[in-house]
Write a new protein. Sequence first.
Length: 121
Amino acid sequence: MTTVAVKINKKSKIPLLRRIFQGRIEKLLGEAAKRGREIAQESIEKSPVGSGRIYFSPRTQRLQEASIPGKSPRIDSGELRDKIKDRKISNNKFVIESLADYSGALEFGQGTNLRGACRII
């Protein structure tokens, strides 16, 4: 998991400047979180086809092609891509997370079912 943090010093000696720029900083951080979500979703959409392991999925009752190790996961139902969200959690703090139940298993391996475990803060 990758963590990105930006700290805003709230003990500024010039409160007026802090008030002026606070809204702009908040807007930029929100836009960065949104773009990070879009990049994650795009990488799933562009996942390479044709070299992954073929296996039978009990969930879908059909043959599946696994994603190539080290590459973005392949699209099956689109749930993973659609459940990547960005949101504000406090002043100057945004999170990009996957809310799919199987996100943890994809990121950390089978047997790890950590909903929302894949987060960038």
